[in-house]
Each structure stands twice: as structure tokens, then as C-alpha cells.
Design a protein around this ligand. Sequence first.
Ligand code: GDG
Length: 480
Amino acid sequence: MVSQVDGSMIVVSNRLPLVVEKIGDEWQIGPAAGGLVTALEPVMRRVNGLWIGWPGSAAKAAPYAELFERFAEQHGYRLAGVPLTEEDVELYYQGFSNETIWPLFHDLLGRTKFELATWQRYQQVNEKFAVAIVDQLLDDQLIWVHDYQLALVGAQLRALGVRNRLAYFLHIPFPSFDLFRRLPWKKKMLDGLLQYDLLGFQTLRDRRNFVASVRELYPQVTADIRRRVTYLDFGNRQVTVGNFPISIDFEEFNQGARQQQVADEAWYLHEHYQGRQLFLGVDRLDYTKGISKRLLAFERALEKYPDLCRQATLIQVVVPSRAQVPEYISLKEELDRLVGRINARFSEHGWVPIHYLYRSLDRTQLLAHYRSCEIALISPLRDGMNLVAKEFCAASIEENGVLILSEFAGASAQLGQHALLVNPFDIEGTADTIWQAFSMDEEERRQRMRQLRSEVRRNNVDRWVEQFMIAVRPQLEDLY
Ligand code: GDG
């Protein structure tokens, strides 16, 4: 299906998906690992696409023009950078994106800051992105903008006279109108979003929330709701709104987990933990991921179900993230304290309840953890999708893993039937579910995991791109 999309495509995201590093005197450039890159690379290569974004500030001195050229030769699609100043990063990225939209859209009103200066800079930086796009624009390209940092790029492009097809995908949730209405600039934000021709959300709930906000603020709009998409009709133009659950490359994890190196590492993990059942949490350091509440639930489970002591261990991996934002610094301190307290309370000779790693794992280690941990404990307070849940299933090749999943993760819409769902705010209930997972018999585990794996296999990341492109296409025909 994707191959039917002809002509070029421009993908725009806050960060260019790059790893740039200096090895000796030589600069090296390569694509960053991650779901979005895996999903988009094939189609970008096929249409000789262009990816536009901020290269990051880590390697300012890098000779980008030369590196981008080399990248295009090696990978078959092109890159263009949008340079940002330190003030841009502070106000647009750390400020409005991460201290206003991020908490508000994750239903955490109490953590949301509303500051005029960050909002103004957000608009200016979105305009900067739009100008960078116009510099590269040829006729008839589809422009596909990603995520909450760039909601207004479409509107800025229209203001610059761009008439190309514009599509947008929001990777995080869209909140209910009761929350969204708190944003002092809500109308501007919606006006901006509605300049895209296609708006994609992760789940049906997000799509409905968005449509409900539009109906509140534009009473004249008519909405034609179909199974896959809603058409919003504004008289002079139509906007398509759909839900497209993002996914992973199932085979990459399924095959990756079978590699010898991974098997060796997994064997080592089991030896190290002496046959105990292993619970696994893998998250970026972020208050939306519900790590503190998860630790409290694990503590409560140890208290309530003493058979867990010595027989279960929680491996919690926390990947450093947004290290300059004060909220994240205090979260890190809170986690350090909690782990220290729980371990001090329950540890015995030869057994520590929580193994806490504050760093990222390399690919082999990550796969080995997925493969060898019996139970994934994924309990975000709110999450757009949560790819870790899908990766765990795809890498669970022994088919005996149990997935405990928050009902507030987007992934629960697809995986909820065969996972054990929890409300992460309910410590007691989560503790009971921890025990239920621990004591689940082999047959039930297999039955559930088989279903989960077939769900992830069927709805993998190619399907995500394909569905999105199919939704773009009617407009392609209508407009040209
Ligand atoms: C946003 C939305 C949505 C994690 N630790 C390590 C590691 N990871 C990789 C995982 C996974 C990715 O990071 C995390 O993805 P998530 O989906 O769980 O979460 P966000 O980063 O918050 O992503 C989210 C997503 O966008 C996509 O639309 O699902 O809801 O918030 O791929 O594997 N990778 C390695 N070592 C680690 O230690 N190598």
C-alpha cells in the first residue's frame, strides 16, 4: 500500500533521529534507534524523503552539511537541520512543550505551568520550523509533522502561503475538553491544529476528546463519524481526524530476542537472580510513567503477600531524560529515596527486592531483560501508547511472560483483553495484581501471551504507516 504513495514526503519532528559522535578525529553519523525511525525509514527511502528537525545541541561543532550528505548516500533519504538557540530550547522545548503541554495532555493539571513567555516562544519556534520547511519545499510534497512540540507548524506553513497536503500525528494523549479548556491559548491551539488536512491520534479516546473540543469551540462544525476516521466539515474545508495506534517492528524484537548474545545475557540474568521470578519496569525518567506509585504497590505486595519475599525481584530501569527540568530532578530524588527505603525495609541476606538501574541498557541487554523477566510491570498514570509493552510481548519468545498494564496507557486499547489491567492510582489493587501475576499458572500465562503476541504481530508498525497513508490519500485525490 505504502508503495502507492508517489512523490516525496517531508517528515518533521522536534529532534532529527540522529546519533552524531566523534570517534578519534572522525565524525560519525547514523540513524537513532527507535520506533518512529524504523517505521518511516522504508517509506522515506522509497520516496527519497526529507526529514527536518533540530539536530540537538550535543555536537554543535559537527560539520552537519557534510554529515547530512554522507547520511543521504548511506540511507537513501535526506536530512535538514533547524538550529535552535539556547533560549529557544529553554522556553519552547523545556518550557511550553514539557512544562505546559506535556503535563496538561497527560491529565496532570497540578503540574502544568501557564506562562506567556514560553507560549510566545513556542509559536516563534514553530514558525522557525515552518520557514525551514519552506526553504526545502518542492511542489506537491506531503508534509508530515510529528508530536506536541510542533502543533502549530501547519498553521505557520499556511500563513507562509503553503498549499501542500499537511498531516500531523500526536504521539501523546489528547485530553478531555474539561482539561484542555484550562489552556489560556486553547482556541489558538485548535485553530492551528485544524490547519492540517489529516490529524492522527493514538487511540479512539484521543480522537473523541479532540473532536469533542472542536465541537465545543466551533459550534458550526459538522462531524461525519465513520469507523476509522471522523470528517470535520467547516464549510469551506474538511479536516480528517483518525486514530492510528503506533506500534513496533514485531520481527525485529521476535528475532532479536533469539540471538545467541541475547540468550547468553538472559541466561546470565537468571543465574544472577537464582531462579526468582523477575518483574521488569523500563521507563524514561518521567512522572507520567507512574514509577513512584509502582514502587509503592510493589512494597504493599511484599507486605501483604510475604511469599513474594526472596522469590520475586523487581528490576526497575530508569533511563535519564530531560535532566534540566526541575520536576525531573526532584522525581529522581524521590525514586532514590523510595527504593532505598523499600530495600532497607525488606532486604535479607542474598535477596534485595528492587534492583534499580538509573541508565539506559544497550540493545542486547534490553532484549535479554525482556526475554528473561517473567512479568512486565507497566503502570503509567497516562501514556500515549507505550511501546515497551509491545516490545516485551514481541521479545517474550518463551511465551510465558505476563503483562501487567495500566488501563491509562494507549496500548491497553489493543492489549487490555489479555494483559492484567491495573489502575496505577490504586496501590492496593495493583499489589493484588502483582500477586495474581506471580501466582498465575503456566497454562494461563501461555494462553494470554500467545494472544498478546499475535495482536502485536498483526498490528505492527508497517500497518501504522499504511493506515495513516491510506487516510492521507483521499485528500490527495480531492485536492489535486
Ligand atoms: C512517546 C509517548 C508513545 C527505553 N529504555 C531503553 C530503551 N527504551 C526504548 C524502548 C521504547 C522507547 O524507548 C520508549 O517508548 P515509549 O512508547 O514507552 O515511551 P516514550 O518515550 O514516552 O514515547 C508514548 C511513543 O512516543 C511512540 O508514539 O508510545 O506513549 O510518550 O522503544 O525500547 N531502549 C534502549 N535501552 C533502554 O534502556 N536501547
